[in-house]
Design a binder for this molecule. Structure first.
Ligand code: ZN
Length: 540
């Protein structure tokens, strides 16, 4: 316990020095400023850095709140550029079926949960047929036998498929003749299996009871706690409604929610309201982007591909928003202050979104529109990424998908999948996120996957497609200043510089200099937002 954080609440009476709210000294500070400077000290007042430099801070400033960081590494607070913050908080109320090895085990877990929780409607999350011995989608037979008269909805790990029981199907009004654009009701021998992909899930979403306001607040507070423990001070929320945005704003204003949120508006009826009223911005909330889904995901074969899936003949995936709608939305948004952030995973989705962006943005400088995920990009389309378009990627997706990727799309197409280095070279900025709760919240896993391209067990020995490894410095940028840039917030956060928000974290391991195997186990010692201590491991 040598490396503990010392916080002195001492009143220093110094007549000539300026008063600060907080002084940190004796730290190994990565400022992430434009010259990549490392310093040892800073002072904070009214939530902003007022001095950044060496330990002479002690003679220039006085404070009742002084931290000796004892040489520990200190970074700007991490920004997760693509996450589902609001959903994360609801996890405690759902059955955890992540890591299950068969569908039988999934059903057993739901049964165990049901014994302890008396609920009319059970939601679970985290199954992944790619982890099972039988890697095809299951049917809901076991689920129907166990739960004939209670709705069960189990979400796939990527959030792009459900398996539900027959009771939930009938509540949702789904039968053998149901059809939907941008989705699939999976059948076996003409009969529904209970597996619903992408837009087909909407019919079930309509019958899931809405959480109460109290439940939503509880969920947001739970998500904030997890984020702070992981060193996140800002999160880009990838698609929520006006109602959810307004709840976040009210919790910010009441002071209980402190995490900064870049809220992408889900593409729906709320978009016109925001376009009419313009962007909404406070110190902790920024609403100026629209989240659109072009396609589904690779794990559930919903990603829209130019050529057929290698493991499903004649099947090309799902287009969730018609190409014409993407184009017209792009032209509608191009002249406004709103950024368009489109989920594109398959090479076909990436192609038509990139082309829509290119055409719509022809006359505009610095739009910073984003492709969320940018997972499989055709070799010919890489050049469509440029400084107007930011790839917003999730490095842990690469190391989660690598086990089955070649079966799904073949080695040739996979060569330009998760091609972060290629994307960075074209766009000059890349932003990192996790897509949590799809992946773990840990930014250290993000950093490790991006810079080492191995899983936690060190597999594969040589790393996965290492030609797309991102250097540690670039990875740090992607989690801090480039995340801020992707949100038009680089003047206010993302680096430790005078005038910027004092959002910073102290770690127990220097991820820039650390041996690679230690990176995933890095722990956050303390998290600060606007100079306020919001998480401290010592006192837990
Ligand atoms: Zn997402």
């Amino acid at each position: 316990m040598r490396k503990k954080l010392l916080i002195f609440f001492t009143f220093i009476l110094a007549s000539c020095s300026e008063k600060a709210d907080l002084i940190v000294y004796n730290a190994n500070i990565y400022t992430v400023n434009s010259s990549g400077e490392q310093v040892s000290s800073f002072a904070v007042k009214d939530g902003k850095f007022i001095y950044v430099g060496d330990d002479s801070v002690m003679s220039k400033y006085s404070s009742s709140n002084i931290i000796n960081a004892e040489g520990l590494p200190l970074y700007p607070g991490f920004i997760d550029s693509h996450a589902h913050f609001y959903n994360l908080g609801f996890f405690n109320d759902q059955v955890d079926i992540k890591g299950t090895k068969s569908f039988r085990e999934v059903v057993q877990k739901v049964k165990d949960y049901d014994k302890l929780n008396n609920k009319k409607f059970i939601i679970g999350r985290g199954w992944d047929q790619n982890d099972w011995d039988i890697k095809s989608f299951p049917t809901n037979k076991l689920l129907n036998e166990a739960f004939p008269d209670k709705a069960i909805v189990l979400r796939r790990i990527d959030g792009h498929a459900y398996i539900v029981n027959d009771y939930a199907l009938s509540l949702a009004g789904i039968d053998e003749n149901s059809k939907i654009d941008g989705g699939e009701f999976v059948k076996l021998n003409g009969k529904l299996t209970g597996v619903l992909i992408d837009n087909a899930m909407e019919l079930v979403n309509n019958i899931i009871p809405d959480p109460s306001k109290e439940e939503s607040i509880k969920a947001l507070m739970a998500a904030q706690k997890i984020a702070f423990e992981n060193g996140l001070t800002s999160v880009s929320e990838a698609g929520i409604s006006r109602k959810q945005i307004e709840l976040i704003d009210s919790l910010h204003k009441s002071g209980i929610l402190k995490i900064k949120i870049y809220a992408m508006i889900e593409n729906g009826p709320d978009v016109d309201y925001y376009i009419k009223n313009g962007p909404y911005k406070t110190d902790r909330l920024n609403v100026r982007s629209i989240k659109v889904y072009a396609d589904g995901a690779l794990g559930s074969r919903g990603a829209s591909m130019i050529n057929e899936y290698s493991d499903r003949k004649g099947y090309f995936g799902i287009i969730r928003t018609p190409i014409d709608s993407i184009k017209s939305l792009a032209f509608k948004l191009a002249g406004t202050k709103f950024q368009m952030n489109t989920h594109a995973i398959g090479d076909n989705a990436n192609r038509f979104v990139l082309k829509a962006y290119r055409d719509a943005l022809f006359n505009y400088r610095d739009p910073r529109w984003r492709i969320e995920h940018a997972q499989v990009v055709n070799e010919e389309d890489i050049k469509l990424f440029n400084e107007k378009i930011i790839p917003s990627v999730q490095p842990t997706h690469a190391t989660s998908d690598m086990y089955w990727l070649y079966d799904r799309i073949g080695k040739k197409r996979a060569k330009h999948a998760y091609a972060y280095k290629e994307l960075l070279e074209k766009s000059s900025v890349i932003a990192f996120g996790t897509d949590f709760p799809v992946e773990e919240v840990s930014p250290f896993m993000t950093f490790y996957s991006a810079t080492v391209r191995k899983d936690k067990d060190g597999y594969p020995d040589d790393g996965f497609q290492v030609e797309n490894i991102i250097g540690r410095g670039d990875a740090l940028y992607a989690m801090t200043i480039h995340g801020a840039y992707a949100n038009f917030e680089e003047d206010e956060k993302g680096s430790i510089e005078v005038g910027k928000s004092a959002d910073f974290i102290i770690l127990d391991n220097d991820i820039i200099g650390s041996v690679e195997s230690r990176i995933p186990n890095t722990k956050v010692v303390a998290t600060f937002v606007e100079g306020e201590l919001v998480f401290n491991r010592r006192y837990n």
